[in-house]
Ligand binder design. Sequence first.
Ligand code: PMV
Length: 324
Amino acid sequence: MSTRTASAVASPNIALVKYWGNRDDALRLPANGSISMTLGGLETRTTVDLDPLLDQDTLLLNGAPASPDSHRRVRQHLDLICDLAGLRARARVVSQANFPSGAGIASSASAFAALTLAACAAAGLDFEPRTLSRLARRGSGSAARSIFGGFVEWHTADSDDGSFAEPLAPPDHWPLVDLVAIVSRDPKTVGSTPGHALAQTSPLQEARLADAPRRLAECRRAILTRDFDRLAAVAEQDSNLMHAVMQTSVPPLVYWAPQTLTVMQSIATWRAGSLPVFYTVDAGPNVHCLCPAELASEVTSRLHGLPGVLDILACPPGQAAHLI
Ligand code: PMV
């Protein structure tokens, strides 16, 4: 085999009904289904060069050599894909995101979606999106959703075959904007992989899971009918439920900074005053503020007026991951 190269680009996503906890950690089979919006404007570009003559991998992630933990995760993912292709090869991987990683902007989602696409193409595997989604899931759960653009649902299942994402609605279905209020650029201290493993230690996780089918149905309906108030109510409740589980885990996980709460409370006040905007927060301190596109400049200027907001990233619904 000679060297084989491919490049792909993928965007992160923001979960509106969130995934927290696995029913199978090794296969990353989620404890509950989830729904997200792919984030346009933010992207990870990854090139994979599979070379049987290399005696070790060289992985350059965001301009720096990969940490031992990232190296192990990427190698494990490449092994999974190379095994499917019957290949044995080390790799040169160069991956670059245009947004801060590890701060609750789902950098692992776009990273593993782009890696899956590029590695499969480099290995000569021509898979349909559903299979790519299942494979991306093995690298990082939320990456399963980043294979698709627009509004996306990822199904939970008891086996590898059944847990994949699929599109609910294309990017142009609903011109919403996610204004990501950056209150910290520091990488989080506890990553989502160890975080998922703690979910079961919270007495609230069982109640959160039992109610998940209702929230999923509510969110699906809100998206399909473009019902902003319905989406706002379910997404904020879902985010609060996930953080309640995190904060009551043993040991507790608190991803919020004081400024996170300032933004959340301001958004609640603005919505009560008839400005349509809602918040959702992932495993980090930054706050995703969603509003109709025509109100983006009004919400942006209000966010800039809050103490501790360092920057704002504006993301419309984004496109599916693709080869470049
Ligand atoms: O894909 P992971 O393991 O990084 O987990 C993502 C977890 C959340 O971002 C908090 C929620 C979600 O569904 O994206």
